[in-house]
Design a protein around this ligand. Structure first.
Ligand SMILES: NC(=O)c1ccc[n+]([C@@H]2O[C@H](COP(=O)([O-])OP(=O)(O)OC[C@H]3O[C@@H](n4cnc5c(N)ncnc54)[C@H](OP(=O)(O)O)[C@@H]3O)[C@@H](O)[C@H]2O)c1
Length: 326
């Protein structure tokens, strides 16, 4: 059976606390001259937490921002326009747990005619128990992992990206220490409770990192100039715990408020990765906040990467006739 790094949220929170004391060797490279004028940036899940803060900072730095969200329409975009004075902030409705919604989002983006220069795959959920989506998958598996594969493939295949677009996957250093892929359970819906949900969170991040590494291989094999990079923002005082059971949520809210970083602080290395010339032409970089480091070694196994990619596309095809392979 697969397992993640933690099965207790308090263990995860404690690790987040120690993250706050890590060296940040690239922090001095995050400067005001990183600007986004003339660039279009898509961010999934930008109603709160990290995604909102990244959207606001990119807008402040002159970018044209598209927020792909399932809620908060239109007030999230309005708030960012008002705070930053940047009129080029728009919202598209996108529920990553709903396949039809993902297709509608990509159709809208493709029809707009303007290409995306950066896509931040940010949205994720932590649920207190398994929940089945209308297409039959576990919601955390779909939103936190498979929807990112689907969205990336559709954006590439429908020509929504500029030639040097940066694909940025928001990961977590908790992927380190998750088990290898369990092929018997891959994509299968199973009932589970809160500790397996916490465990799955970091396991799905391991899947994401392995997938993004394989995407990088595939892009290079095609001679593409698109890049695929990953980042863990460190501990963020966000809404990620909003569906936790009430007592646990109250405890975690206290820990998050006292110890974790504010979303604008946590967004800094993400904005750096999205806009800095330091990453021009670089792909499969992993940042843990402001430090570049290798991911868990399992992520780099090319056979596992290929197998995961193919299994993900096959799974997608099994419930979506409009699936495309890449
Ligand atoms: N918080 C941390 O300590 C931490 C640490 C490492 C990595 N991260 C990563 O950072 C990213 C952002 O999380 P966060 O901490 O900022 O949490 P957050 O405040 O809960 O933000 C999550 C965002 O995802 C959206 N979302 C959830 N389900 C969705 C769906 N089905 N379709 C579309 N959007 C959906 C939420 O929208 P709604 O408002 O509609 O729910 C929200 O905008 C995640 O990838 C998370 O894994 C967080």
């Amino acid at each position: 059976m697969s397992h993640g790094r933690f099965s207790s949220p308090l263990g995860a929170a404690l690790t987040g606390f120690f993250d706050l004391f890590r060296a940040a060797p690239l922090k001095h490279r995050y400067t005001p001259d990183i600007r986004f004028e003339g660039k279009r940036v898509l961010i999934t899940g930008a109603t709160s937490g990290l995604g909102y803060a990244v959207a606001e900072e990119v807008a402040r730095r002159g970018g044209s921002v598209t927020l792909a969200c399932r809620s908060g329409i239109p007030q999230t975009g309005e708030a960012i326009r008002k705070k930053t004075g940047n009129a080029h902030v728009e919202m598209v409705r996108c529920d990553l747990a709903d396949l039809v919604s993902i297709h509608v989002t990509v159709n809208t983006l493709a029809a707009s005619g303007s290409k995306l220069d950066v896509v931040v795959f940010n949205a994720a959920v932590t649920l207190p128990r398994s929940r089945r989506t209308s297409s039959g998958q576990d919601e955390m598996f779909l939103v936190n992992y498979l929807a990112n594969v689907i969205l990336a493939c559709l954006l590439i295949e429908r020509g929504c990206l500029s030639p040097k677009a940066r694909l940025i996957f928001i990961s977590s250093d908790s992927h380190r220490g998750a088990s290898a892929v369990d092929w018997n359970e891959f994509g299968r819906y199973e009932e589970y409770g809160v500790s397996k949900a916490i465990s799955n969170y970091s396991y799905f991040k391991l899947l994401m990192n392995t997938m993004a590494t394989e995407l990088d291989r595939r892009l290079k094999a095609r001679g593409s100039t698109l890049t695929s990079n990953l980042i863990c923002p460190g501990p963020v005082n966000s809404n990620i715990i909003k569906e936790a059971p009430p007592l646990l949520r109250a405890i975690l809210r206290g820990v998050f408020t006292l110890i974790f970083k504010s979303p604008p602080k946590a967004a800094e290395p993400v904005v750096y990765l999205a806009g800095s010339p330091d990453f021009e032409g670089r792909s499969n970089v992993y940042l843990h906040m402001f430090a570049e480091k290798p991911m868990d070694e399992k992520v780099y196994d090319p056979e596992e990467g290929q197998r995961l990619w193919e299994a993900s596309i096959d799974l997608w095809k099994s419930f979506d006739p409009r699936a495309v392979s890449f």
